[in-house]
Design a protein around this ligand. Structure first.
Ligand code: HAM
Length: 473
């Protein structure tokens, strides 16, 4: 099923672009971040790298393949897939009409795009289930606060094409193991919200309960009561939270099939020794969920306190069909990367390193030396020796101080005398001992001192270095 939009009758060619009007910026203003956005600075990068490597490793261990989808999607994908009554779509979606007149959204989540890709690329003809994972930025025009941004990152895992409850347990195991890799004790909060057979009966019981208490509900929930009553259980407002305590529970209204499925999931989780709590309030805020729903909470979450979950997911057995595909079950979860990193940095011995410590630092005096250093740097890097420099600077003392600051093991120094003699000074930065070596042998000498032997192509090294010397002559 290829690109439904382009097949729509009457779809027009490019329209005249409309420029949104915004107040003119104040003269002399300083550029700044958009509200709710965050830069991921160099100091943050090692943490991000560790998370993305851990996700990739775990995904490959469990035989998931990576998928990347576009940042922009047709807005319909989310109104249809996630549900137009959900907060994500109704209140938080970055949505606009593009220059072609199409209604576009910055993706607020990735399950619907993955289901779209599953349909669009004929994954249905591959062996089932199809197991996909992602690590990517998403956008929600949420009210910014700690752990809640307008651009944030998720990693997520989706298994499409299988209904067996063992799949649910295996997926939840991945979520659990991921946090274990960061020494973060978590507990799975799990529930079942039934399917199209039993949900209507439950919704009736829920609506009856709340209708008699309508005056005590927040304004949002008064509207939800008529349009999407399940969302009442998801509300964070103080008054609504109190009412939830005695509200009917989904698990008491499950049909036989849903009950058996849920019991089996729990038995498999017991087998896997994944700690979980049965939590009747986990209904999730997206319309596509069926049967198993779960969230990942820090293990020490105080009872009754509002929680900012680390991740969440569940079954979505009707989603692929909703989007125009064949009836195909699915289950997945996604976790916020910012929330994981923040908890990891707060709670544990999060020690990660940034750039690797350089093996050598190249220091020079004068322009002819600079040119020789350019070639020398290239030869070192071709031989996998980590070399740092600040060739734009003058003054050997300042350069050696820089070498010391970044912890370089050796400095290679070329001044006027070295140029005349065709040599390089190798300085051991730890004990200050300096040695003169032939310029053409400099790379091999460094490799020897680093105990890297001559393995990485002595000839290549010498040739490069001697080329440099000749080009200088
Ligand atoms: P979700 O609960 O909307 O589920 O988001 C999953 C996770 O993304 C949250 O638990 C949280 O860690 C993070 N997150 C959500 N909004 C923000 C935000 N504004 N700022 C920072 N982090 C945030 C989904 O997105 C579903 N697609 C999950 C899923 C996958 N269900 C089945 N498969």
């Amino acid at each position: 099923m290829q690109n439904r939009r382009n097949e729509q009758p009457g779809r027009t060619a490019e329209k005249t672009p409309t420029t949104p009007t915004a107040p003119a910026p104040k003269p002399g203003r300083t550029a700044g971040l958009l509200r709710g956005m965050k830069d991921i600075l160099p100091v943050d990068q090692p943490y991000w790298r560790r998370v993305s490597e851990t996700v990739q490793r775990l995904a490959e261990t469990h035989r998931f393949e990576r998928i990347d989808t576009p940042v922009l999607e047709e807005a319909w994908l989310f109104t249809r897939g996630v549900g137009k009554e959900t907060d994500i779509v109704e209140k938080e979606m970055f949505q606009f009409v593009d220059r072609s007149g199409d209604s576009i959204a910055l993706r607020p989540e990735l399950t619907a795009p993955v289901a779209r890709a599953y349909i669009e690329h004929g994954f249905v003809s591959q062996p089932q289930p199809v197991k996909l994972y992602y690590f990517c930025p998403l956008f929600r025009h949420d009210r910014p606060q700690a752990g809640r941004y307008r651009q944030f990152w998720q990693f997520g895992f989706e298994v499409i094409g299988e209904t067996h409850p063992i799949i649910d347990a295996q997926l939840i195991l991945i979520a659990y193991q991921l946090y274990q890799s960061f020494n973060l004790p978590v507990r799975i909060q799990i529930n079942s919200i039934g399917d199209s057979t039993c949900r209507p009966l439950y919704l009736k019981a829920l609506t009856d309960y709340y209708r008699s208490r309508k005056n005590a509900l927040c304004e949002d929930c008064k509207k939800r009561l008529a349009r999407n009553p399940l969302r009442l259980l998801d509300c964070k407002a103080e008054d609504c939270r109190a009412l939830k305590v005695d509200a009917p529970q989904t698990v008491d209204h499950l049909c036989e099939d849903c009950k058996n499925h849920f019991v089996a999931v729990l038995e498999y989780l017991d087998e896997l020794e994944v700690p979980y709590t049965l939590n009747p309030r986990i209904v999730r805020g997206l319309d596509y969920y069926t049967r198993t729903t779960f969230e990942i909470w820090p293990d020490d979450q105080p009872e009754g306190e509002p929680v900012q979950e680390l991740g969440g997911g569940g079954r979505y057995d009707g989603l692929v069909e909703q989007l125009g595909g064949r009836p195909t079950p699915g289950i997945g979860f996604a976790s916020g990367v910012e929330r994981l990193i923040s908890l990891w940095r707060e709670r544990s011995d999060a020690s990660v390193s940034g750039l690797p410590v350089p093996d050598v630092f190249i220091a020079q005096l004068g322009d002819p030396a600079r040119k020789l250093c350019l070639k020398l740097l290239q030869a070192l890097r071709q031989n996998n020796i980590i070399a740092a420099d600040c060739l734009s600077k003058d003054g050997i003392k300042a350069q050696l101080e820089a070498a010391d600051r970044i912890g370089a093991k050796y400095a290679l120094i070329i001044g006027q005398k070295e140029i005349m003699d065709g040599t390089v000074l190798i300085r051991d930065m730890e004990n200050g001992i300096q040695e003169v070596v032939d310029y053409q042998k400099a790379v091999v000498e460094v490799a020897k001192r680093l105990d890297r032997g001559r393995s990485n192509g002595k000839m290549a090294t010498e040739t490069t270095a001697s080329d440099a010397a000749h080009s200088h002559e």
